[in-house]
Design a protein around this ligand. Sequence first.
Ligand SMILES: Cc1cc2nc3c(=O)[nH]c(=O)nc-3n(C[C@H](O)[C@H](O)[C@H](O)COP(=O)(O)OP(=O)(O)OC[C@H]3O[C@@H](n4cnc5c(N)ncnc54)[C@H](O)[C@@H]3O)c2cc1C
Length: 466
Amino acid sequence: MSTAADREEPAMAEQADVIVIGMGPGGESAAGQLAQAGLTVVGIEKNLVGGECPYYACIPTKMMVRAADALAEARRVPGLAGGSEVRADFAPVAKRIRDEATDSWDDAVAVERFEKAGGHFVRGTARVTGFRTVTVGDREFEASRAILINTGTDPAVPPIEGLADTPFWTNREIVAVTQAPESMLVLGGGAVGLELAQAFSRFGTRVTVLEAAERILSPEEPESSALVAEVFADEGIDVHTGAAAESVTHDDAGFSVRAAGTELKAERLLVAAGRRTNLDGLGLGSIGVDTTKHTLETDPQMRIAEGVYAVGDITGHGAFTHMSMYEAGIGAAHILGDETVAAEYRAVPRVTFTDPEVGAVGLTEKQAREQGVSVATAVSQIPDSTRGWIQKSGNRGFIKLVADAERRILVGATSAGPAGGEVLSMLTLAVHERTPLARLRDMVYAYPTFHRAIEDAVKKLPEELT
Ligand SMILES: Cc1cc2nc3c(=O)[nH]c(=O)nc-3n(C[C@H](O)[C@H](O)[C@H](O)COP(=O)(O)OP(=O)(O)OC[C@H]3O[C@@H](n4cnc5c(N)ncnc54)[C@H](O)[C@@H]3O)c2cc1C
């Protein structure tokens, strides 16, 4: 007769109020809020608490951009303030990323912060097995209130002949480099590829960007694409559009990429060709969720099923840290019993941190027309504003307004230029609050600021709208 000790007893599920799967910016923030509110929260992370943003994405890449912009500003001294001699060195950037941003890719501080807030941290890969149950290896967890999923994305690696067998970089590797390569091919002319292309070019790397679409920064306004292409051409960054990479080889001399009938060579290859959501193997079929789609469909309270919430890149509302944290706030509030919360997406801001920065909010002109909006647009140029004229070198940019002519409000806007992402803030508020165009025309804009170009653009809209 077997005893309880030698029988294969199923392990008891560990109990919690909420289980958070994936602790990217959204998961970490929701888990912290819920733990601080007194709930028992199990937070599960397979890699680093904080996710992509602090260790491989926003923060390290913006440290590179900040340093590269300092080099560009120093090179602008001639013609404005005398002479300058610039000697670029990537070592301080690499050190800052290692020491200040990522703690050498160690999340001990973030784990401790979560545990101090009262959370229970589990390192491992989680799998949903039911509406309330999750496994991590041979441990099982049961949630009395909710499961919140924030599994984010991995770099997408396109199925290009030969690519998979080469030592290419994605954002995960490039943030750890200690010196700028002599030359680099960048696959992808979106925000990530363009920011890194310009940053490394300013450190002396000879950069070539390959973009399969007809223009770089293709989700944004055509004026934004043209502006960045023009600046890149002036800075000596080679941009090939309509150029899908067909095959890749690598040998001791570096990479060779075949695209649009030409062979391009470089020491390094950066793949910045979009993201792949981490939904495979998550077990969502067990709760009846369609697992063939790239993103999860959420209701306004961020639920994909009763008691199961999803936030961040996996929801497809914009792959930005601010979106992940916004959705986390909605989901956490709803789990805590606030029935009034509901996500709104009409004023989603986004910034491409090239120089000039390209900030945008809401709909582009094309999107507005596709949605049947009666569209009116206006564009003002930053160099034509007093501040832009004073700025002189490095002053390129524009403001574009996309107005709904019937409702006489803005439904979208672009702010490109020096500090374009900061200037964007009042446009975000205007789209969010549906501020009447007449109010934007009546208000006072400080002189001489870059944001006065917004007033110039408002005045260019048809008079009857303002
Ligand atoms: C190079 C680059 C630069 C960027 N710059 C900006 C920027 O300037 N501003 C901005 O707003 N956004 C930027 N982004 C986007 C930003 O990084 C993401 O939108 C942000 O990280 C939010 O993602 P998330 O919350 O969905 O999850 P992620 O950050 O992707 O984190 C998800 C976490 O879930 C974990 N995980 C996955 N599956 C499991 C599982 N089964 N079990 C346990 N854990 C799991 C992963 O290990 C990961 O830590 C950038 C992205 C890149 C690639």
